[in-house]
Design a binder for this molecule. Structure first.
Ligand code: FES
Length: 76
């Protein structure tokens, strides 16, 4: 789905930007050009950014961003 029609930016572009370190709307503007033309994409781009960051930092997939579960092993 296109998030920014003016710059032809899709959700996949935003996911790639997040994987490359983008964490703020400003980062997406710098890297992809979102919001630089009409600005109508700002809300959707921010939501996609938050979703992509949330997926990347899900507790079970990224131990430094969420609780880590430990399994204790009995000493033998
Ligand atoms: S839709 Fe993104 S700047 Fe116009």
């Amino acid at each position: 789905m296109y998030v920014c029609v003016c710059r032809a930016v899709t959700e996949k572009h935003i996911e790639s930007a997040v994987n490359a370190g983008a964490r703020r709307l400003r980062d997406l503007r710098t890297q992809l050009g979102v919001t630089e033309e009409c600005g109508r994409c700002a809300k959707c781009a921010k939501q996609c950014l938050e979703d992509a960051v949330g997926q990347q930092c899900a507790p079970d997939t990224h131990p430094t961003c969420g609780p880590v579960s430990f399994q204790l092993q009995e000493a033998t």
